[in-house]
Structure formats: structure tokens, C-alpha cells
Ligand binder design. Sequence first.
Ligand code: EPU
Length: 474
Amino acid sequence: MASCSTFNLSPSPKPTKPLPHSLLKPLIQEPETESRTQIQTPYPKLIITGPSKLSGHVPISGSKNSALPILAATLCCSGTSKIHNVPNLFDTRTMASVLASLGAKVEVFNNEMLVNTDGVDSVEPNSDEIRKIRGGFFVIGPLVARFGEAVVALPGGCNIGTRPVDLYIRGLQALGAVVDLRDGKVQAYAANGRGLVGGSFQLDYPSVGATETLMMAACMADGMTVLSNVAREPEVVDLARFLNDSGACVEGAGSNQLVIKGKPLLHGSECVIAADRIEAGTFMLAAAITRSCISISPVIPCQMSCLIHKLSAAGCKIRQYSHDTLEVSAVSRCGGENLQSFEVKTGPYPGFPTDLQPQIMALLTTCNGLSPVEESVFDKRMGHVSELLKLGAKIQVCASTALVFGKDNGSVLSGSSLVANDIRGGMSLVLAGLAAEGTTDISGVAHIDRGYENLDMKLHSLGADVKRLMPLAS
Ligand code: EPU
């Protein structure tokens, strides 16, 4: 196999031994200072010349948001876990570094990761790595469950609103952990000095990350755990499948209640990361906004039903060719030149995914009519609006709702200079750039690269005119 690299990091200060309990003071009331992924460099830039017509087929990569918790879950397993179809992205590479900073052996072969956590000798992952992504924080669950304690910095991630970790903390407390927040780090240890114990916990909100973290912790807690009002996202189901294949006993994944029987230790297993439903949805929207016809695979069509429903109502034709292939057509013979407006309200699965809200908003600027778009998951996920306005879109934001005025109400997209500030908001600018007349240049592309593997190559293969401008070598 080609291009094999083994992470063997020497992270900045980390204890080689777990912190003694005496250093972990009782809970103090300290304001949560959450750092965010800071990627402000002007280069690389994407230069898009539109309007584009796309055609052909695009392969969908493995899901970033399935890969991250599954990589964290290898901390529950003895021996080697073999994870296939891991997208090669900043976030998955950062998660590999997080595991390596704990003493795990992580080998990367193209889209495959082999993780062996038998040599873990620390319960404090490198804080700089944790602060780069949201998913790094997930390790707190398996660490405290397996080793009795964990010290994990507050996470980073996209700047899309308040992203507290209170549900993680309260859930771990319900499983017998004492949790303390100090110096921007969450310190947790098993109150009985041995390990976590099964318990019941109801989440106030079905948080994806809290559900995944508590599921991992409960897999190794002593006894039975019942988690209610949990997230039902496909990524939660993928994680449960990996844990069960590794010897865990998780029932109810995909429903709003999980019943988990703890085991002392799981064993490594093999898994294939499922296709990324958000990348799939983004390419479906690329076909719609450019009034083109493309096919995508692999995709799990039932996971896409909200988006399929919206696109069909707008006037697109969606055909399923095989169990995992969809064709999206918005070309004029289907009446696609005049797509109609529709309403969007994001919500936890099976609601409309917040991770497609910015991209569908770009599409709505090209439809006829007025479209209200309500963001109900994150409180600040409208950062892309100011950039879409620079292209000529007409959008008014009032609290958590954006009113998108379609092309018959004056939205006419033409090229401009834009800045991407987060993964999905950045991708909405790429979609709008494909539809806009003239040249659009987008900086802050590193944000977009965090969620889309081989983006330029995939867009080229569909016929888009996209160039990447790299910084000049000094
Ligand atoms: N929340 C709390 N307390 C908590 C945790 C969450 O109040 O302890 C709130 C958040 O403030 C937010 C809501 O719950 O308002 C939803 O957050 P959630 O915890 O479900 O999101 P997450 O686990 O941090 C994951 C994905 C996000 C995706 C959301 C929602 C990963 C690594 N990230 O984040 O993906 O938007 O679920 O589906 O799995 C992306 O890929 O671009 C991305 C942001």
C-alpha cells in the first residue's frame, strides 16, 4: 500500500501519567471560554468562473461526522481497529493526532486508519489539537470510562453559534464522574476511584456529540445505562454499529432512547465509514443551482429524504438508479430553469440538516418567489448571508430566520470577492459562485477543505471552471 504514515507525535506538555485525583478540585464556576477553529489565511483561494453547467458522476467520500466519533471510540477497544473509507480531511487528521498524543499508535494508508490504543499512557490529549475541531472533545467519554479519568481542553470547531458542553458534563456526572472545569479544560474522574457506573440521563436537547460521547462512556460503565432524548442522526447509528461490532451492547440507535449494557473492555474491529450525506446533499444542490443533471454514489437515499422532498417540490427531478445511486436533474426540459421557492426549517434528524442550510439558501436565491429559512439548531449560522449579498443576493435576516428573495424579486448573482468563515457557509459560496455570472474568488478555503475531500477534483470532473490559487513560495 502506498503513502503510509505513522503518527508518532511529541505533543507540547502532556503528563505521561494520569493526573492524581488530588489535583482535580471540586467544580468551580468558571465561564466557559470556547475557542474556535481559526483559519484566517487569505490563501489558498478558489477562483470560480460561472455560470457553470455540470454533468457526469461524482463519487461521495466517507462521512467526516461518522469518522470522528468512530476514531474516538477506538479508545474503548483493545487490539487494533481498522477503519476504512476515512475521508482525508483536516478534521480526521487532527483526530488521528489527538489519539497519537495520548500514546495510541495510528497508521494512515490513504483512506484507511489502523488504530491501536493498547499503548495509551496519558489521559490528557494535546490541547492545541483538541482546540482545532469539535470532535476531539468526544475522547472524554471513552477516556474516563476506560482509564478512570480524563483532562480535555474545551473544543474548537466552526464558529456557528454557542456550542457548550454542559450535556456532556451532566451526562458523565450521571454515570458517576466528578467533573471540574478549570483553565479551559474539563477534568473528569470516576468518583468511586475505579470506573463509571451505569445510570439514567435525559438530554435537554438531542445533541449529536453529547449522545455519541455518552454512548461510548456507557459502553464501558459498570451495569445498565439508559440515555433518553438522544440524537437520531445516521452518524449516531454508525457509531453504535462500530461499538457493537467491537463487543458492546448498544440497543435503540436511531430511536430517541439508547439502552446500553456496559462491558469492561471492547475489542478492535473493522468498519467502513458510510457515505457522507452532507457532501451528497451539497452535490445535489450543486446540480440544482447550476440547472444541471448529475449522478452521485454511494449515497443512502433514505437519509436524504428531506432534501429530496424540497428539491422535488422546487421542480427538480430526482431518480434512484440503484440502491445507492441518485440522479438529480434541474435542466430546462424538466422545467428546471424556473425552480420555485420553498420553506426550510432546520432541525435534529430526521428534520432538515443544519449542515445543508447555507447551501440550500444559495439555491433559493436563484428560485422564483420568497423563501423563509429558519435555523433552529445553531444560534449564529447565518455568517454566509453577508457574503451572498456581495454576489447580488437579496436576503433579510430577522433573528433566526432569513427571508430569501428569489430571482424574480431582484436576486441576480454576479461574481465577487468573498470570504469563507466556516465549512458549510463556505461551501454555499462555492455553489453560488458556480451559478454567478463572471468570476468569484473565495478566500478562507481551508474552512471548506475541512468538510469536502478532493473538492476541486470533483468539481473539475463535473465540468466546473474552478482554480485553486496557492500562496507564493517565499
Ligand atoms: N448543545 C448544548 N449543550 C451541549 C451540546 C450541544 O446546548 O452540551 C446545543 C448546541 O449549542 C447546538 C445544539 O445543541 O445549539 C446542537 O449541537 P450538537 O451537539 O448536536 O452538535 P455537535 O455535536 O457539536 C455535530 C456535527 C455538526 C452538526 C451538528 C448538528 C460533528 C463533529 N459535528 O456537531 O457538523 O452541525 O452535529 O447536526 O459531528 C459540520 O460538519 O459542518 C458540523 C458543524
